[in-house]
Design a protein around this ligand. Structure first.
Ligand SMILES: C[S@@+](CC[C@H](N)C(=O)[O-])C[C@H]1O[C@@H](n2cnc3c(N)ncnc32)[C@H](O)[C@@H]1O
Length: 322
């Protein structure tokens, strides 16, 4: 059977379909296993959503900002000389499919540790230059220096040891290759403490209870947002709380509790976003210096840095050690 891209792997991979192979389907780590299970459930939930395509479109648009491409044409130009592209932690595969469409000359690999690859490989089976792989992006099974572009969008913080994942990217990237990477940003102290506490707590909850919890957070966000109250809040530097004129829901959201509500995307996507935040056990957060240092320790130099209240993202080059 034809196996697109199989020559890139060190070991024999188990082939399920012409566009789907398995490198690993379980982890030895408890938190990573819980993450895989949580994302397997979450992607099934997203798959059933009416507004999934709208969510994908919004995500693609955001991607262009996160990595400084600004528009799709620039991304297409950037991908022109990339022969092998890895979408590391591809979820439902819509970004891997996007890269495959913009770079028809390239082989694109979408790798994820959850069951999402089964859904993705069904959706995008007509794209011949696209291969889905179930596996750990911290232990890809790929040969040294075979990848020209690693895109690791909204994933690194969910891997067991992000430093090890970056080291793996360095190993598989060609020395002239590029890494696009994103991490969660540390927020105000009350929010950080509550987030850590909730993540421990949600481990004990059933899937149904987590869904209910997520819906309650959406409801809280919606009610606060409906109030349309804008206040001039004080700064409280000791708690890293940033004041200034802002909407009450936003103030509570950034400083105390994630209660996501987006009226344009609606209730299902908002629920899923709240679920995505509290359900996975691994969800590390970083300050800007920590993000830059972690990249530098793994042998990467940032050539582009983007920051938002929720995240840091950037494009980095591997630097030679000699
Ligand atoms: C927030 S989602 C982002 C998905 C996709 N990059 C996107 O932007 O839509 C995080 C994804 O990372 C995957 N993931 C987490 N740890 C992983 C690992 N060690 N190896 C492969 N995938 C992993 C999860 O299964 C999940 O699909």
């Amino acid at each position: 059977m034809f196996m697109n891209g199989s020559h890139l792997f060190i070991n024999e991979v188990q082939q399920l379909k012409s566009n789907l192979v398995i490198v690993a389907d379980s982890s030895n780590y408890e938190n990573q296993s819980q993450n895989n299970e949580s994302y397997s459930l979450q992607w099934k939930m997203v798959d059933e959503m009416e507004q999934k395509k709208q969510f994908w479109a919004m995500q693609k648009h955001w991607y262009l900002d996160l990595y400084g491409f600004q528009n799709e044409e620039n991304l297409k130009t950037f991908l022109q000389d990339k022969k092998v592209i890895l979408d590391a932690g591809c979820g439902m595969g819509y970004k891997a499919a996007w890269f495959a469409e913009l770079a028809p000359h390239a082989t694109v690999i979408g790798m994820d540790f959850s069951e999402s690859v089964y859904i993705a490989s069904e959706y995008f089976q007509s794209q011949e230059n696209l291969l889905f792989v179930r596996g750990d992006i911290a232990d890809t099974g790929l040969k040294n220096n075979v990848i020209d572009y690693v895109s690791c969008d909204q994933v690194l913080q969910h891997t067991e040891v992000p430093e090890n994942t970056l080291a793996e990217f360095n190993r598989i990237l060609n020395p002239a290759g590029k890494l696009a990477v994103y991490v969660y940003r540390k927020k105000a102290l009350p929010r950080e403490l509550l987030d850590t506490h909730f993540r421990e707590k949600t481990k004990e909850l059933s899937y149904q209870e987590k869904l209910e919890f997520s819906a309650q957070l959406t409801e809280l966000g919606r009610k606060l947002s409906d109030l349309q109250i804008e206040l001039d809040f004080p700064d409280i530097p000791v708690l890293d709380i940033k004041g200034g004129k802002q909407d009450l829901q936003r103030f509570i959201y950034w400083n105390f509790i994630k209660c996501y509500w987006n009226p344009e995307l609606g209730e299902e996507i908002s629920n899923s976003t709240n679920f995505d935040w509290y359900s996975p056990s691994n969800a590390y957060r970083y300050s800007k210096p920590e993000f830059i240092e972690m990249l530098s320790n793994a042998g990467f130099k940032l050539e582009f840095l983007h920051e938002e209240e929720a995240c840091y993202s950037g494009v980095a080059n591997p630097v030679s050690s000699d």
